[in-house]
Design a protein around this ligand. Structure first.
Ligand SMILES: [Zn+2]
Length: 342
């Protein structure tokens, strides 16, 4: 984006703007790196941080009109809460680093699952809500921060012991890794790569349903990358496995962290198959249905509300909401088709 701006505008003002954008980003990344690597610096950062609370992985949110807001709680308030619930001030060090503001105020997530939930909720004037329920009512920037925080908290929760020696592992101050003192193994948070592919034959696009999808929803194909595979190989294999088609070409579109049911990196791609070899053979173990849809049908589906139809005989399908990367892939395809037909 920075390069595009400089070329398009080409003025001194644009360069200055780019410099400012760039330097602020670099400053933040260097600051976070320091906190991850230096326990003392991170301990110091706890004294002036912003905290997001969780209760057994459910984020704390407050209702603001139709939206939910995860309140930013400062260190003094966290200390007050810990004291009120007879917790040692040191519990603050159970927090994990999840990012920082533009001005380098560090953001931390703390799971207070051992305290009394209802008393906490009335004290803080909000509720701990399952992320799945809160997801579509959070602002975009909050969604990614809260999803990241939950993913990290879950990872720490399920990596308390070393897989080799069976001894307890210990997080570093920022929570960017866990260490086993016995075997010396360092564990880093992981997420599983998943390819999500929108197949097209140049004229229509292929949308599919898994049995677990809400009624009437169709989406792009998706599947986990196997160990040892490249992204391209994973796309080709998934398309062959699930719908029996051979991909002729493919290209990357975008990626997204998806927190459900566990942390995955969704890597979105477009794939092209030959129009004369587009006969689908569904893998019934993986899919309930797969159909070719025209540009017009997909445009109409994008206009429908993303929710299950109550009408029994309603055959109209709907597509994933805008928060899902599949939606973005489908939008891209629609735009491209519109441009081709002009
Ligand atoms: Zn060990």
């Amino acid at each position: 984006m920075v390069i595009a701006l400089m070329y398009r505008v080409g003025s001194r003002r644009a360069s200055a703007l780019c410099y400012r954008l760039h330097s602020s980003y670099v400053r933040r990344m260097r600051y976070l790196f320091e906190l991850k690597e230096d326990d003392d610096a991170c301990r110091q950062a706890y004294t002036s941080g912003t905290f997001f609370l969780f209760y057994n992985l459910s984020p704390f949110v407050q209702q603001k009109g139709k939206m939910l807001l995860p309140p930013k709680i400062n260190t003094a308030e966290i200390k007050r809460i810990l004291e009120k619930f007879q917790q040692s001030e040191e519990r603050i060090e159970d927090s994990i680093l999840i990012g920082c503001s533009n001005k380098c105020t560090p953001y931390f997530a703390l799971d207070v699952g051992s305290l009394e939930r209802s008393a906490l909720e009335s004290e803080l004037n909000g509720s701990f809500t399952e992320l799945r329920k809160a997801f579509f009512q959070l602002e975009e920037e909050d969604v990614s921060l809260i999803s990241l925080a939950q993913a990290l908290l879950r990872w720490h929760n399920s990596n308390q012991y070393c897989g080799k020696s069976g001894q307890p592992t210990k997080k570093n101050m920022a929570g960017s890794k866990r260490i086993c003192d016995r075997s010396g193994i360092i564990y880093y948070p992981q997420m599983a790569p998943v390819v999500i592919t929108l197949v097209s034959d140049g004229n229509q696009c292929l949308l599919t349903r898994q049995a677990s999808f809400p009624k009437g929803m169709y989406s792009a194909l998706s599947g986990f990358c196997d160990v040892g595979e490249t992204l391209e190989e994973a796309v080709r294999r998934e398309v062959a496995e699930e719908v029996g088609l051979e991909v002729e070409s493919l290209w990357y579109s975008a990626s997204q962290h998806w927190p459900f049911p566990n942390s995955t990196l969704m890597i979105a791609c477009h794939a092209l198959v030959h129009p004369q070899r587009n006969k689908v053979s569904i893998n019934k173990q993986e899919l309930e249905a797969a159909k070719w849809f025209s540009h017009e049908e997909v445009v109409m589906a994008l206009g429908r509300k993303p929710k299950p139809s109550k009408e029994k005989d309603d055959n109209s399908f709907w597509l994933p909401p805008k928060q899902a990367i599949a939606h973005h892939l489908i939008q891209e395809w629609v735009k491209k088709q519109a441009a081709v037909s002009v």
